[in-house]
Write a protein that binds this ligand. Sequence first.
Ligand SMILES: *Cc1c(COP(=O)(O)O)cnc(C)c1O
Length: 395
Amino acid sequence: MTSQFFKPNGMIYLDGNSLGMLPNAVAERVNNVVQQQWGNDLINSWNQHDWINLPLTVGDKIARLLGAAPGQVVCCDSISLNLFKVLSAALQLREGRNTVLSTADNFPTDLYMVQGLQQLVGEQQCQLKLVAEQQLVDAIDETTAVVLVTEVNFRSGQRLDLATLSQLAHQHGALIIADLAHSAGAMAIELDHWQVDFAVGCTYKYLNAGPGAPGFVYVAKRHHDQFRQPLYGWMGHANAFEFAAEYRPAAGIRALLTGTPSIIALAAVDAALTAFDGHDLAQLHQQALDLADQFDNALQQHDIAGQFQRLTPLTRQQRGCQLSYAHPQAYAICQALIAAGVIADFRAPNYLRFGFTPLYLSAVEVEQAAQKLAEIIHHKRYLAAEFQQRRGTVT
Ligand SMILES: *Cc1c(COP(=O)(O)O)cnc(C)c1O
């Protein structure tokens, strides 16, 4: 299993929740696409290698990991952009209502996209309302147009119950948009079964497709005849190569496309997905939970658990593949861990995040990581000046 991924020597990687490791198949595929398809076959490749349909063929492969039937997912753009498209589409499907209900600690870009849309179309058409995660269920009512939720919180690692939220939204005549950034490739998802209306996600976290690889967007089939998204681009036209002056949306999910797809990055997504062949996502999630439990237990055994405040609930249904801990020295501890070869990450103001990815992380490594953390805490290594100093803008 491990050999499917490129592993730097001596590194223990607990940051697959931020940027997945490089699958060997991706390096090979990208090289082939660059040398053979682009280098040799040049523009013929749009037809010869079916580049033109790659956003849809890759979308259908992602759909299998989301519990979605074919024809409902396309791979393109970023979460932010795709969110703008489906937010606009969902609000138009709920004319007469303007409230977009979300959670105050949702990932900022999700909230920014609503704020930007609100600025563009005015509060009459779009108004962001924020509540705490625990209040979400009670806050959904007859004024709600769209419920916008991230299934697994990027800070706390806490998982929301999408099936229940979807049902509640529909009972009150609202639609639901799910952000699957920390779900896709991490756990079993049942978009069709849960009757989610729209979903977005990225491929560079648990799907291991590389930095800035295109995201994905899901639109449930029942909306295909009515939805409209405002970023009219030629790739989403019913017949792009007719070069007509007037926009006519393509039928179905293709209408989510805007401009020319990034073929090299899409090929990386396609190859990265092969790492999931023969794996069951529910089972991978259980393995991740086991690794996370092992880590949390090890903190107790090393007698350092008391120094951290765990933000992630240990109930298995209520978390994804990440554990988060608050500590006043979180930044410096993270730097000390990285110096010791254990890659975790820091989120302001004082959170440490650890991602557990059974496709390329072993129980032995988890034990070693906990041991290194214990040494750093017991010897207060994080107090060293080199770790106290902020470096770089990315954490
Ligand atoms: C990582 C992440 C994003 C990132 O959005 P991009 O537009 O792909 O950069 C958005 N939402 C959540 C919940 C995330 O965790």
